[in-house]
Each structure stands twice: as C-alpha cells, then as structure tokens.
Write a protein that binds this ligand. Structure first.
Ligand code: FAD
Length: 305
C-alpha cells in the first residue's frame, strides 16, 4: 500500500472529460441566468454541452434557439436532446434535419415521458418513432450524428427488471448510439455494479455518470422519487435541519458532490456529465477540485459571446 496521502492523487487529473446539461430558458431572467452559467463554465472546455427538450416536445423552439445560439456565439459543441413523444416521424425528422443544417452533430435521443405525465402509460404517436432505438436509427439515417442515449443504474421506473432495462440499452446501442448518460444516482456502488452488468452484456460504449449537485434537497428528493433514483439515508441526514439555512446547504451540496466525483475518479471514471440546472457555481467548483482549469481559448470565445 502506498504511503502517499490519498488526496494528492486527485490533483491535475489527466484525460478527464466533462459535459454540462442545461435547460432552455422560459423568460428573459432565465435566459440571462443560462448565459451567465454558460459563460462561467465554457472556459473549462467541456466535451459537449447539452440542452434538454421539454416534456412532450413543449420546448421544441426554445431548445432549438438555445442550441443555435451556442453554435453561433461560442465554440462549445452543443448536443440537442430530442424525444419521440407526441410527434410524427415526419415532424421529428424535420427537427433532426434542422439541427444538421444548423451544424449540430450530436443528439441526445430519448423516448420521453408519457404525455399524461410520469406514472401514466406511455403510448407512441401513431405515426411516430415507437421506441428510442427506432429514433436512434432514424437519426443515424439522416446524418453522421453522434447519438447519446439514457441509461438507468437503478432501472427505469417502467422497467420490469434491471436486465430488461439493459436489453433496452443494448437495442439503442445496436441501433447506433455512441454514448449513454446515466440518470443521476448518489450511491456510487450502484453505478459501478451497473457498469459491470452492462459490460457483461457486451455493451462497450461509454456509460457516463450523470451527476446532480443538490441545489435544493427537497426538489431533488421529489424528482428522484418520480424517476426511480433512490435517496440514501445518509444523504437525507446530511441535509436534515437545513431547510432555512441556504448557505450551509450550499456548502453541504458542494461537499457531497465533490465526495461523489472524487470517489468515482478513484474508481477509474474519467467522464462526467453534470446536470447544471443552469447554475454554474457548484459545478465549476467541483470541476476545479478534480483538476480542471480554464482553457484560455475557450474563455476568450465565451467572453465574446
Ligand atoms: P428508454 O431508455 O427507451 O426506455 C426506458 C424504459 O422504458 C425501458 O427500460 C423500458 O422499461 C421501457 N421501454 C422502452 N421501450 C421499450 C420496449 N420496446 N419494450 C419494453 N419496454 C420498453 N426527458 C425529456 O422529456 N426531455 C429531455 O431532454 C430528457 N433528457 C434526459 C436525459 C437523460 C440523461 C436521462 C437519463 C433522461 C432524460 N429524460 C428526458 C427523461 C426520459 O425521457 C424519461 O426517463 C422517459 O420516461 C424514458 O425515456 P428514455 O429514452 O430514457 O427511454
């Protein structure tokens, strides 16, 4: 066993890739917050930044506008999320072509949640893509896109079992997916066990952990309950009693996320996808902690945006 202190290995990490997820803003204030976050995080030279697609395609125009602005005003590589919900193949293909024309070459392909909301039965549009694997194949048929898809270390809530869920992932990979990004999780062993299962199933694309800094514990817990992610007892305990103490909550959130990411680094993970909630500070701090530093060129581009 090395006598070197554990923490010294974590400085100046090489071969790290991070990506940042944003959601399209609804109004001017949110727009301002988004671009401030983009400007702050851009100098860290992420591998890509992704922009979500509202439930049922409700943000189609706003997602497109945000992605287009990223293309035009920054050197960041945007990835546009796209779902199958509530749209015909013709309509979805139109969106895919418009991204191709705008110079976007990365799509995060998703089935999407049922039109009636999480927990109601999912019904494919009669003329639409029936599964995410079909959508992935459709995207690949239209252009030479990089296609990321979702993965669920604790299984998707609609899934009968983790094995059935991994079968769905395998179908997406066979259809041409090049990367999977996981639903957020807090117990790293769950992710590492999942990774073993996925590899044993012959899936070899990167399975990038989705990291959610807990900006608001109550909100995160509510979201976790809906999407089948578990909240460990120790996590709830760490935020216990801090309902009216925002500044301590932020410190705890930073410590929790840093601990999670450092532990994954120690397990050999080098790619991380951060759910930013359009807020930069916590994510920036965690990236700094794991050794990422601003890249001058990326900084100049973001400042010019
Ligand atoms: P899939 O991975 O295709 O399927 C998930 C589960 O559905 C399967 O495991 C299975 O249980 C069932 N299923 C699907 N197809 C079949 C089949 N053929 N046979 C049997 N069972 C099947 N939602 C949005 O609306 N907009 C977004 O921008 C967005 N971004 C996301 C990003 C990430 C990284 C993640 C993890 C999720 C995101 N979601 C988004 C949420 C996602 O749309 C929901 O979780 C949705 O319910 C499932 O979509 P999926 O592509 O993950 O489904």
């Amino acid at each position: 066993m090395s006598s070197e202190p554990r923490r010294s290995r974590r400085n100046g990490q090489r071969g790290l890739h991070v990506s940042f997820e944003f959601f399209p803003p609804k109004n001017e204030d949110m727009e301002k917050a988004l671009w401030e976050a983009v400007e702050r995080l851009a100098p860290l030279a992420p591998q890509f930044v992704s922009v979500t697609y509202g439930a049922g395609g409700s943000t189609r125009e706003r997602t497109h506008a945000t992605v287009e602005r990223l293309v035009k005003e920054t050197r960041l590589k945007p990835a546009a999320h796209l779902t199958c919900v509530g749209a015909s193949k013709i309509e979805v293909d139109e969106v895919i072509r418009s991204y191709k024309d705008a110079g976007v070459n990365h799509i995060v392909a998703l089935r999407g949640d049922p039109a009636g909301g999480i927990g109601t039965p999912y019904e494919a549009h009669p003329d639409g893509y029936r599964t995410t694997a079909d959508l992935v194949a459709g995207i690949r048929a239209i252009g030479d896109f990089e296609v990321s898809v979702s993965a669920y270390p604790e299984k998707h809530p609609e899934s009968a079992s983790l094995d059935a869920d991994i079968d769905v992932l395998k179908a997406k990979v066979d259809a041409g997916a090049t990367r999977a990004i996981t639903q957020f999780f807090f117990d790293n062993d769950v992710y590492l066990r999942y990774l073993d299962k996925v590899r044993a199933r012959g899936i070899n694309i990167p399975i990038v952990p989705g990291i959610v800094p807990v900006q608001n514990f109550k909100q995160t817990a509510g979201f976790a309950a809906r999407c089948g992610a578990s909240i460990p007892f120790w996590l709830a305990e760490r935020f216990d009693g801090l309902e009216n103490d925002a500044s301590t909550r932020r410190l705890i959130a930073a410590a929790v996320a840093a601990e999670q990411v450092i532990d994954l680094l120690d397990a050999g993970v080098r790619d991380f996808h951060f759910y930013t909630m359009n807020k930069a500070d916590l994510v920036y701090a965690i990236c700094h902690l794991i050794g990422l530093r601003p890249v001058a060129e990326a900084h100049a581009d973001a400042a010019a945006a």
